[in-house]
Design a protein around this ligand. Structure first.
Ligand code: CA
Length: 469
């Protein structure tokens, strides 16, 4: 009899998904959407008015938006290494973007995310989730770093830090630019528009995995350069005179459309309520993509708020308050423990975690603050935020900077001289943290000079900031 009912349900698709699914409310799906180099002030829900982002705004309306959210680095790869592991990426020497400057005893093959480190994919697999990584990987070019070896059952994307959104003529110019469908290279003649292709693949993964909990890492390379936009969307923004900004607006629209299409697919499969969506941008507006950080000082690559403070939203109808803003400091490092926490899972033993399961905090299960301090370092420039205080240290020639972010979010008034005890205390905290991390296993081709220049108080205004990528 039970068997007959089961067969009847098999013939009746909707019944099947609700009764036989192994997706249960204590094991929700988790989707992490990463955008690339977007401006803090370019999302409607963060005050943007020029470029409509209705679908990302809807995540905020139906979920919780973080105002004081940070990534652990102001450039792509180390920020993502933090997101993917839940630990300060400098703990495994991943301080800089992927480069060709290994530091002895490390060699070029070592430039990537240490293979001993467990990723969020490993963690979710460990808890019985089916996992997929889509889009930009940027965790090392060597085969040992390939996503299929790093905790992901499926991969659809590219290994490097950027690529064209349209197809290259003939083959991709180098292996890290090639689009992979698992371990096979997709012919460039089949590349239509990458943002849309990532969305389509994300949706087909959702449709194929309604019967078991899944984890998706959807790392769009929008709105990173090159500024490739779809013609019809460029036409929609013809009122924007600046051509770079027009392309940016069109690329942002493709990204936002993708988020909307993915949410629609979750609704169609009746798994919307039982899916945690985490949206995060990997670092602030770049020097070269016409993104807008609003009133935040500095750009990608800097320790200013414009480098590390990002858009960050969590939506989960079954488990995150809707329409709320959360103002305490949170980090990209929190994504891994939050994902495992949502899954009511266990973390793989033996690996340090610097992040926190944010669900406990935003649901009011604890009155504590997730982080009393957050730290940053990339080469010569380092920073710490402790409560409202933010300190930037950038070499011996630049004076130490101290800001009160509560009164001065734009970091215009250096209070170091009048608060010397505070400076000393924060420098000490920074030094204590630095004892817990490694020296970089490889260097940045930009060297120290740009870091020193971009953290001078007299480097003011976007034109000046853009000179030091
Ligand atoms: Ca980036």
């Amino acid at each position: 009899m039970r068997r007959l009912i089961f067969i009847a349900l098999l013939l009746h698709g909707a019944g099947l998904s609700s009764l036989t699914a192994q997706q249960t409310t204590d094991r929700p799906n988790v989707i992490v959407i990463v955008s690339d180099d977007a401006g803090y002030a370019d999302f409607g829900c963060y005050g943007g008015t020029e470029i409509p982002t209705p679908n990302i705004d809807a995540l905020a309306r139906n979920g919780t938006l973080f105002t004081d959210a940070y990534v652990s680095a102001s450039v792509c790869a180390p920020s993502r290494a933090g997101i993917l592991t839940g630990m300060y990426q400098q703990r495994f020497g991943f301080e800089h973007n992927i480069s060709e400057l290994p530091v002895a005893p490390y060699t070029q093959e070592d430039v990537g995310m240490d293979t001993d480190i467990k990723t969020i994919g490993d963690q979710m697999q460990h808890n019985g989730y089916r996992t997929i990584a889509l889009g930009k990987w940027h965790m090392g070019d060597d085969a040992r770093y390939f996503p299929l070896k790093r905790g992901f059952d499926e991969f659809y994307g590219f290994v490097g830090g950027h690529r064209d959104f349209f197809g290259y003529e003939g083959q991709a110019p180098s292996p890290e630019l090639a689009l992979y469908d698992n371990d096979k290279i997709v012919p460039e003649s089949e590349v239509t528009y990458l943002t849309d292709m990532l969305t389509d693949r994300a949706i087909s993964f959702v449709e194929a995995n309604t019967q078991q909990p899944f984890f998706m890492y959807l790392a769009y390379n929008a709105v990173h350069t090159p500024m490739n936009a779809k013609r019809e969307l460029l036409d929609r923004f013809s009122h924007i005179a600046d051509t770079g900004r027009r392309s940016y607006a069109a690329m942002m629209t493709s990204l936002d459309d993708g988020v909307g299409a993915l949410v629609d697919a979750l609704k169609e499969q009746n798994i919307y309520d039982n899916t945690l969506i985490i949206f995060i941008n990997d670092n602030g507006a770049a020097t070269n993509n016409s993104a807008n950080n609003g009133n935040l000082r500095g750009l990608k690559g800097s320790k200013w708020e414009g480098g590390t403070r990002v858009a960050y939203i969590m939506q989960y109808p079954n488990g995150v308050p809707a329409g709320k803003k959360y103002h305490k400091m949170v980090s990209g490092l929190d994504i891994m423990p939050t994902a495992v926490g949502a899954a009511n899972g266990q973390r793989i033993a033996g690996q340090v975690t610097d992040g926190e399961n944010l669900l406990r905090y935003i649901n009011g299960k604890t009155k504590k603050t997730p982080h009393t301090e957050l730290f940053w370092r990339r080469g010569i420039a380092a920073a710490v935020r402790s409560g409202k205080w933010k300190l930037i240290r950038s070499g011996d020639t630049n004076p130490v900077l101290l800001f009160n972010l509560e009164k001065d979010t734009s970091e215009t008034k250096n209070l170091a001289h009048s608060h010397q005890a505070r400076v000393k205390k924060l420098l000490r905290k920074l030094e204590v943290w630095e004892k817990t991390i490694e020296q970089p296993r490889w260097l940045s081709p930009y060297g120290d000079h740009n870091q020193i220049m971009k953290h001078r108080m007299d480097v003011i205004g976007r034109d000046m900031e853009q000179q030091y990528p």
